[in-house]
Design a protein around this ligand. Sequence first.
Ligand code: BF8
Ligand code: SF4
Length: 625
Amino acid sequence: MTQNAQDRSIDPATRIMLKQAEKEGIETAWDRYEKQQPQCSFGQLGICCRNCNMGPCRIDPFGEGADKGVCGATADIIVARNLLRTIAAGAAAHSDHARDAVLTFKKMSEGKAGSYCIKDEAKLIALASEYGIPVEDRSREEIASELARALLEEFGKQEGPIRFTQRAPEARLKLWAELGIEPRGIDREIVECMHRTHMGVDNDATHILLHGLRTSLSDGWGGSMIATDVQDVLFGTPEPKKTTVNLGVLTRDKVNVIVHGHEPILSEMIVEAAEAPELLALAKEKGAEGINVAGICCTGNETLMRHGTPIAGTFLQQELAVITGAVEAMVVDVQCVMPALGALTGCYHTKFISTSPKADFPGTVRMEFHEENACETAKEIVRTAVENFPNRDPGKVRIPEEKQECMVGFSVEAILKALGGTPAPLIDAITGGAVKGIGAVVGCNNVKVKHNYGHVNLVKELIKNNVLVVTTGCNAIACAEAGLLMPEAAAQAGDGLKGICEALGIPPVLHMGSCVDISRILVLASAVAKTLGVDISDLPAAGAAPEWMSEKAVSIGAYVVSSGVYTVLGTVPQVLGSAAVAGLLTEGLNGVVGASFAVEPDPFKAADLMLAHIEEKRKALGLEP
Ligand code: BF8
Ligand code: SF4
């Protein structure tokens, strides 16, 4: 049965645009999802293998047909191997993003990266000190150059753990060492995933999964953390600011440029280029009032956090933005960009501009982006958008009015500043019981869940029960769209949390950034645990990804759990074909890393699970319920 807009999203702007799509006969991800029904059960259970050409093999889940692949691989082996490859892909995506940020940083230090510069000197010095790099009597560029080399070495390091793992509490470090899962070089762990999953290598599900944890840690405490910190040095560490979100940020009278993807290296320059006087003059000449840059997905989160650039939507709103008929250019780099945008932009005047040397899509205009001439390329991209403005068909323009104000920019530094310089007031609030604990809610949209339903309802339940929520990625955008990122949203929180938010002037849901910025959450959790003198797994804290879809989310889930945080998934991972693997993930890991996964599609029940976990941890710490 075909779903209507009401069934597909809780967000009014999204519903309006879904109706518009239907009216215009335009297909979206939701329609394609329906055409995929029924989805392959072998795939859903994770019991098909294509790892060699004796296959593809599949295991009969009912125990009647084949119980092994041609090579003898059982369901347990196949599910574990598939999961390991998924983690490898997710860790690779975050870490390759980090690599590019470090390479830009390195070129900048050598004076070869055009107009990129150091925006946060204090963070540069702090990072250099962490790496034992001398800073006295040296230029910023000299320090940056040595730091860039040290960071690059983290990718290929053959032995010993990567540096940022030292940020974890001692007990956690000791546990990782005992388990043999301290992450070595990021590239090394990912390559080893591919090696182990080749036909005839690692064929013990537990052994395979332990390497999955190790690889994910090289993402969380490596690739993602490096990306966050280097980007802060280059583009500035986010501070609280207000801006607006949702499709209503697109404007009728201005040139609309959407930046979509993940890497701020490009979007930072586009934001700057959109303010160039010659381009603003050109926009006027073409009949526009100005140039409006808006984000989608995490590149949007990056510019939102640092510049307050508005966001037009979450992952599932990318097609809808084009359907407004008001987007002059959809500029993309890497990750979470639907190839469907090619055919879709072809139905409108929108230019679909791909910029990464690594990523192209059908129907794009290629405008490859390199640091040396970043500023010029950004201007060329914006010029292309401006020149496209007269091609906009006013008859096709349908921009929903809905947009929502939000407060964003809560880096760890900003949170500590809001708390008066130390985590002590937050810890007092937690130990005193005004705040019951911390909920980290993150991740994507997924057509399998009504758009934003899981995100918004879970977060509302948590704050209602005095759990302070930290958020990143598409969850953060969903919360912003629902008004939960405003200090006024404290009215929806329980009395204790409400009091704290009002005293500090902060929202009950803190936007900490893009998905690589989940590393900020790790650093915050670590700081709280260290102050309390406990491990992360002892904290009254829980994580959730209510609508996750991407391989990156699997790597994130794995490193968050490996770091000691119980995590509830809202969509079912493709592992149920192996009771052993599913059992390990949901139970067994408790005895290994002191945390595990749960799967609960109902956001209200997911909140109950998180609240019960937080209660349990409070009790163990001897805190009032
Ligand atoms: O890295 S939350 S849909 S945009 S993968 Fe993608 Fe998922 Fe959104 Fe950010 Ni993260
Ligand atoms: Fe089949 Fe084994 Fe080859 Fe996988 S590795 S395709 S299970 S024979």
